[in-house]
Design a protein. Structure first.
Length: 96
């Protein structure tokens, strides 16, 4: 999935939805973004605890090409994985 596809899929959703990562039986916040070589990786940084909202995500990525590939990194010891989609929770979006 790339930024353009993600934007189209979430255009009608609340901008206040939080971005979370699955972690075993619970969820952790996506707190940081890393851009390199036309790829954007979403992850939880070691120092931040507040999750990005959908609105914050699009504000931070508004100047990136729409074809930028989205990746998720579940923990610091694992390599980033290409994001294939997402699921909705009550107040959150969980990429997979």
């Amino acid at each position: 999935m790339n930024i353009g596809q993600f934007r189209e899929a979430t255009i009608d959703l609340s901008p206040n939805l939080l971005l979370l990562l699955p972690q075993k039986n619970y969820f952790i916040p996506i707190t940081n973004l890393r851009f390199s070589e036309n790829n954007l990786t979403m992850f939880k940084s070691a120092t931040a605890n507040r999750s990005l909202s959908l609105q914050q995500f699009f504000k931070l990525t508004e100047n990136l090409p729409q074809v930028t590939n989205l990746f998720i990194q579940l923990d610091q010891s694992s390599p980033p994985q290409l994001m294939f989609g997402f699921r909705m929770l009550d107040h959150a979006i969980v990429p997979y």
